[in-house]
Design a protein around this ligand. Structure first.
Ligand code: ADP
Length: 502
């Protein structure tokens, strides 16, 4: 067969036999093994080699039972499978597997919203449910609950994003913290329900996370220990009102003030949402194309960015924060927050809109992709304690390394409560082989330098998983491997995910 990628270690005749068996389980139109039909699954944005991440094919089951039967067949033939839910994973690997020759297990057809409880404010969803679908359901049924979603909100789904421990900007911004109960198909086909879900008559699967005994949900996130087929979510009751503030600082070094002012407000609960602090470069990059303001190969000089920012009223650092509640609740908090930021030297503007923090689905933050042509994006996401000095140190390090490789530092440090996720968009022209190679070298240097300084990444794309896992040390790897061996002795589920394999 032309250009056929075989599953790792499986001969062509066995793969054909396996496909034949899979067709007895999953409707044939939902099994792809022809290279020409794989295009939707080959949309890598990362600066990695496509050839190293080509899937052997795709199988898209429609039910838990089909997933179980697919696993049985794959176990028998030792075919490795890469589960995806909505399969976007933009800037972290799209729908592509960590290693060549895995069969993508596409769960997008399992897209039922099984339950929404407007009293307890919970939902139970399947992997293929998108945020847009869930939003439409809430609107249609007039249920006053808000969703929290990541940057590519409408296109992606809560189950996949939560498994990656992604985040958004409302008070429910830590997605895994707001997940409650999972259903997991294990490699041998058994079905585990976590939390109280293992009680046959459970009343509280989506209300109480921990159940009895070890709290297992965490081991199914960023891992390859099972296939998650259902997930419970906690949703935020629509607040009585809200008021967003635009907080702007004039100088590059003011990042420290932004973090130092925000942390105590987050700790005290005065500010309830996860706040992004964008630098001038990332906001300019959301508005113009790089080629509109600079044609050089080297990084856009600071004075050019500053001139563009000034023209558009963009500050060195821009933060949005939102306060929630009745007017009586918001008013005193607003006074406290406004005063704290103004005293730290910021300009505070009221009456602005912030869709991401107020349950309105938007794709706005994705405009950063237009900065350069060619669609290349790698998210570099190191974590620091929420301290001004660390934020500044990370900014200086990232800016220096990225400039050396010819890339602008498009920074969006985000204050959790005690942590700071320093999100950085590495945008590059993926069609330009030299630029792609530079982006890869840049990403590797960033990862190594930051990790050596004690700033671990919270997530990494395919192609970078092994390296990052190594940096987290021997014992950590051995424990993960022991769990992998126990739960998936043939190593068929997503080898290489988070650097974990048999
Ligand atoms: P999104 O479309 O929300 O960005 P994806 O569906 O691409 O999310 O999932 C992101 C990653 O999470 C995948 O690459 C895969 O490693 C893992 N993953 C997704 N769905 C599952 C699942 N149901 N079970 C186990 N792992 C999954």
């Amino acid at each position: 067969m032309n250009g056929q990628v075989l599953p790792h270690g499986v001969v062509a005749a066995d793969f054909q036999r396996a496909l034949g068996e899979l067709r007895t389980v999953v409707d044939a139109q939902w099994i792809i093994a022809e290279r020409e039909r794989l295009a939707p699954y080959l949309k890598l944005m990362l600066p990695v080699e496509d050839a190293e991440h080509l899937p052997a094919g795709v199988v898209a089951p429609a039910s838990v039972e089909e997933v179980q039967r697919v696993l049985k067949i794959c176990n028998r033939y030792r075919i490795q499978i890469w589960p995806i839910s909505t399969g976007r994973n933009f800037g972290y690997g799209s729908a592509s597997p960590a290693t060549r020759g895995q069969l993508v297990l596409d769960l997008h057809r399992m897209n039922r919203i099984l339950h929404v409880d407007p009293v307890l404010c919970t939902a139970l969803v399947e992997p293929g449910v998108t945020y847009q679908q869930l939003q439409d359901y809430l609107t249609e049924h007039d249920i006053p609950l808000w969703l929290d979603f990541p940057g590519p909100g409408p296109l992606v789904g809560p189950l996949g994003n939560t498994l990656e421990r992604g985040g958004g900007n409302s008070p429910y911004g830590d997605h895994f913290a707001n997940a409650c109960g999972m259903e997991v198909v294990l490699a041998d086909g058994r079905v585990l329900r976590t939390g109280t879900g293992s009680l046959p008559e459970t009343t509280s699967w989506q209300a109480f996370k921990y159940g009895y005994g070890p709290y297992l949900d965490g081991i199914f996130t960023q891992s390859n220990f099972g296939i998650v087929t259902k997930m419970g979510l906690w949703l935020m009751p629509r607040p009585a009102g809200h008021q967003s503030l635009l907080i702007q600082y004039e100088h590059d070094q003011d990042l420290s003030k932004a973090v130092e002012t925000m942390r105590p407000l987050r700790l005290a609960g005065t500010v309830q949402n996860t706040c992004v602090i964008g630098n001038a470069d990332i906001i300019v990059a959301n508005m113009v194309r790089r080629s509109d303001i600079w044609q050089g190969k080297e990084v856009v000089p600071d004075d050019i960015i500053q001139a563009e920012a000034k023209k558009r009223g963009i500050a060195a650092w821009t933060m949005l924060s939102t306060l929630y509640g009745t007017p009586e609740q918001v008013a005193p908090n607003l006074a406290i927050v406004k005063d704290a930021f103004e005293r730290s030297g910021a300009r505070v503007t009221l009456g602005v809109k912030d869709a991401m923090s107020t349950g309105e689905l938007t794709l706005d933050s994705f405009r950063v992709l237009n900065w350069r042509p060619g669609g290349g994006l790698a998210w570099f996401a190191p974590v620091a304690p929420a301290l001004g000095k660390d934020a500044l140190k990370q900014k200086d390090l990232a800016k220096r390394i990225m400039a050396r490789h010819g890339f602008e530092y498009l920074g969006a440090p985000t204050v959790g409560v005690r942590d700071l996720h320093h999100l950085i968009a590495l945008v590059f022209d993926r069609r330009d082989a030299e630029e792609k190679q530079r982006a890869d070298a840049c990403f590797r240097e960033l990862m190594e330098t930051f990790t050596r300084q004690g700033y671990g990444l919270y997530r990494a794309g395919i192609g970078y998983m092994d390296k990052l896992a190594q940096m987290y040390g021997q014992t950590n790897r051995e424990v993960n491997r022991a769990i992998k061996r126990a739960l998936d002795p043939n190593g068929i589920i997503a080898p290489g995910k988070s650097g974990i394999r048999l």
